[in-house]
Design a protein around this ligand. Structure first.
Ligand code: ATP
Ligand code: MG
Ligand code: ZN
Length: 286
């Protein structure tokens, strides 16, 4: 049993004391995780704040900066990553207990339950334990290969999916929390921050999305609503403020059309704001 490195019964010397012997599945998981340098989980207590948009654009921007990136969509009820990256209808190649992720580019591969459903309208009713198993499979049965970053897009809330994601990825996974400025969902974000802490993971920081309006007429960002809620919250929660991304009609247009904003509009005010959000990630050691 000297190969055991990950199952719950593994002793520090690598020997396995579980009655059934080493859990093969956990071995497989640890092997996969061992090839992924940084694991980033994008989450929020609130729906519709732009998690998927931020996750997709972080992944694209990192891949364009030359990093090897995997993007995993664990939103089992409403997977939106295939649409955001024009990958709808793609099917991953399947082998014996393995799946190849769908390539978006040489540097970015993607996995989403959306690829496995017959059609968009197929309703999926998953119970908690099934979701947990599914997310673990999406990590260990997918041939991610060697990655600099695995970016995970979670559904809203602090339910089964983010829980299972953090438990599967382990204590080195880092959370990015997305919020909006208006009447800031203070309690929601607080809940997300403490949820991550309770699981023993670290919060990289908070992104304030839809903060100010990127004016298509003059190119400037107008602060027509209150901004700064996310920043205040970050200070209060003792986590880093990663920056604000304006509300920009082009963000939603490019999302609907499946052209990731960071590929096509990098030089705009909004593109620069998104770039600022990923700077701390680019600064991570290789
Ligand atoms: N900065 C932005 N400017 C304009 N529109 C945006 C911006 N960010 C996100 N959107 C739009 O807001 C909508 C919700 O975004 P998105 O799907 O990324 O949110 P989400 O938090 O992942 O939602 P859910 O909770 O349903 O998973 C989308 O139509 C998206 O195009
Ligand atoms: Mg989403
Ligand atoms: Zn203007």
């Amino acid at each position: 049993m000297s190969e055991c490195s990950g199952c719950a019964s593994a002793a520090p010397d690598g020997s396995c004391s579980s009655e059934s012997g080493c859990d093969k599945a956990d071995e497989k998981l640890q092997k996969t995780l061992g090839r992924i340098r940084h694991k980033i989980v994008v989450m929020s207590g609130k729906g519709g704040v732009g998690k998927s948009t931020v996750a997709a654009n972080i992944a694209v921007a990192l891949s364009l900066a030359g990093k090897k990136v995997g993007l995993l969509d664990v939103d089992v009820h409403g997977p939106s990553i295939p649409r955001l990256l024009s990958l709808k209808g793609q099917k991953p190649h399947m082998g014996d207990h393995v799946m190849e992720p769908v390539p978006w580019s040489k540097n970015l591969s993607v996995m989403s339950l959306g690829f496995l459903l017959e059609d968009d309208k197929q309703a999926v009713i998953w119970r908690g334990p099934v979701k947990m198993g599914l997310i673990k499979q999406f990590v260990e049965d997918v041939m991610w290969g060697d990655l600099d970053f695995l970016i995970v897009d979670c559904p809203p809330g602090t339910g089964d999916e983010p829980l299972s994601t953090l438990q599967t990825l382990g204590p080195t996974a880092i959370a990015v929390i997305v919020t909006t400025p208006q009447g800031v969902a203070v309690d929601d974000v607080r809940r997300s921050v403490s949820f991550v802490g309770e699981l023993g993971n670290r919060v990289l920081g908070i992104v304030e999305n839809m903060s100010g309006f990127a004016c298509p007429d003059c190119g400037a960002v107008h602060n027509i609503f209150n901004t700064g809620g996310g920043e205040e919250l970050a200070r209060e929660a003792g986590v880093r403020f990663l920056g604000r991304i304006p509300l920009d009609p082009e963000v939603s247009i490019s999302g609907d059309e499946g052209f990731p904003f960071m590929k096509v509009h990098r030089d705009t005010a909004t593109g620069k704001a998104m770039q600022q959000v990923i700077e701390p990630l680019l600064a991570f050691p290789d």
